[in-house]
Ligand binder design. Structure first.
Ligand code: HAM
Length: 418
């Protein structure tokens, strides 16, 4: 028996409706704020992620699905969307369009992680990216979009955490302060963080190991080391979040796992889904477009993990499970009746109704059982007698009312369906 790859999932009918609910909410909030959809390849040249996401990140070092193509080029399945969107913006000349440029995507991503609840090797993201605006208002536009989206889903117990990790001019001094602090305790750090001390000391701040997080608790805070410009930006952000009545906590431990961030970083964290609790994360990335060969173009964005949102919905949401139902099911007896039913179904489908008839060759009794199973709102039974008289029994399955339908009068049949 061949099984699905580890860390992937089948999303079956009954469950897929929840995914549609989330995707529709994403599309609706984006439309309201003028974000348009972008689609891009599932795989890209590996160097895009190495240069964009960053060579020292876990995502690039350990988690990418990389393969060498027949012509020798190294490609990787996308571990996230921001690098690809930035590449597409440069390649298609969008960087010279009217700014701001507001894009969104709903994609699958691939990371070779250790699977657990809320962590998969193929997972889905709804992401949004805004280019060409450096003001704190742009940051708030993005955070408000994510906030609107999560509110639309009605999932409770989600909190916004924000931080600023500074810019290339103030971060080196902050990194030095961090390295100094952690070096004095380096023997106690986990093995990964001992390596991070040399490569990416900021990541020690969000290490989940109890010992590292205890040490990180008293570490120097980014917000105490910001240059005047980054500090003003962060103050501007907070003032606008207050103005929009978006609740948040300033959390110095939010540093994010990808290298491209500058200044604002944020995460929406759920209280109800265990260790993998970040349902949405993002931030500003003012150097990324240039880093991958484009013009100086600022950006800010986020991505929400759809798998984790579906998990969070189990604790309550605005999702209302409505069973799919069909307007009319036509049960038939005999070849001629089946042809007539096919004709009626075809006409009704053209007019926008949903309609089904037997295509399996079941008995009349089994057909009626099937009509119940698919939640048919109405049924019609056609046999030789009905074909002869031109009249058939129509039944409203919701209230049990029966009436006579004329097989030659589609308009009357439509009236019964309304
Ligand atoms: P990220 O934090 O790596 O950021 O991922 C965003 C979200 O994707 C996470 O908060 C989580 O909900 C979900 N996610 C990540 N990895 C997994 C996994 N293995 N299984 C299930 N869900 C997962 C980014 O990807 C950035 N591109 C976000 C961004 C956009 N920043 C700026 N613009």
């Amino acid at each position: 028996m061949i099984q699905k790859p580890r860390g992937t999932m089948d999303i079956l009918p009954g469950e897929s409706e929840k995914w549609q609910f989330i995707e529709n909410a994403a599309r609706n909030v984006c439309k309201k704020r003028g974000f348009n959809e972008i689609r891009f390849p599932t795989f890209e040249e590996t160097q895009l992620f190495q240069r964009g996401v960053g060579n020292t990140t876990d995502v690039v070092q350990k988690e990418m699905y990389t393969f060498i193509d027949r012509d020798g080029t190294s490609y990787s399945l996308r571990p996230e969307g921001t690098a690809s969107v930035s590449r597409a913006v440069i390649e298609n000349g969008l960087a010279y369009d009217t700014m701001p440029l507001k894009l969104f995507y709903i994609i699958n991503c691939f990371r070779h992680e250790r699977p657990q609840a809320g962590r998969y090797r193929e997972f889905y993201q709804f992401g949004a990216e805004l280019f060409g605006a450096t003001t704190p208002s742009a940051d708030v536009e993005l955070i408000a979009l994510a906030n609107d989206f999560l509110k639309t889903l009605g999932i409770t117990g989600i909190k916004l955490h924000v931080n600023s990790i500074g810019c290339p001019s103030c971060r080196p001094a902050y990194k030095n302060a961090l390295v100094k602090y952690f070096s004095s305790k380096s023997n106690e750090l986990c093995e990964t963080c001992q390596n991070r001390l040399n490569t990416n000391p900021l990541r020690i701040l969000d290490c989940k190991s109890p010992v590292c997080s205890k040490i990180a608790f008293d570490a120097p805070k980014t917000t105490d080391h910001l240059c005047p410009e980054c500090s003003a930006h962060f103050e501007g952000l907070k003032a606008r979040l207050d103005a929009c009545q978006i609740e948040y906590t300033v959390d110095p431990h939010i540093v994010r796992g990808l290298d491209y961030y500058t200044r604002t970083v944020f995460e929406f964290i759920s209280e109800n889904i265990g260790a993998q609790s970040t349902v949405c994360g993002g931030g500003r990335y003012d150097g990324l477009v240039e880093q991958i060969g484009g013009p100086a173009l600022s950006g800010i964005g986020f991505a929400a993990g759809i798998n984790r949102l579906v998990l969070s919905m189990e604790n309550g949401s605005k999702y209302n499970q409505k069973k799919n139902s069909v307007d009319l099911y036509i049960a038939t007896l005999g070849e001629a009746a089946s042809v007539k039913a096919t004709e009626i179904c075809s006409e009704l489908l053209k007019k926008g109704y949903s309609a089904e008839t037997d295509i399996v060759g079941r008995s009349l009794k089994a057909q009626m059982k099937y009509a119940n199973k698919i939640n048919a709102k109405n049924t019609l039974i056609i046999g030789d007698g009905e074909l002869e008289s031109g009249k058939a029994q129509f039944r409203n399955m919701e209230n049990g009312e029966q009436s006579e339908a004329l097989l030659s009068d589609l308009e009357k049949l439509e009236n019964l369906l309304k």
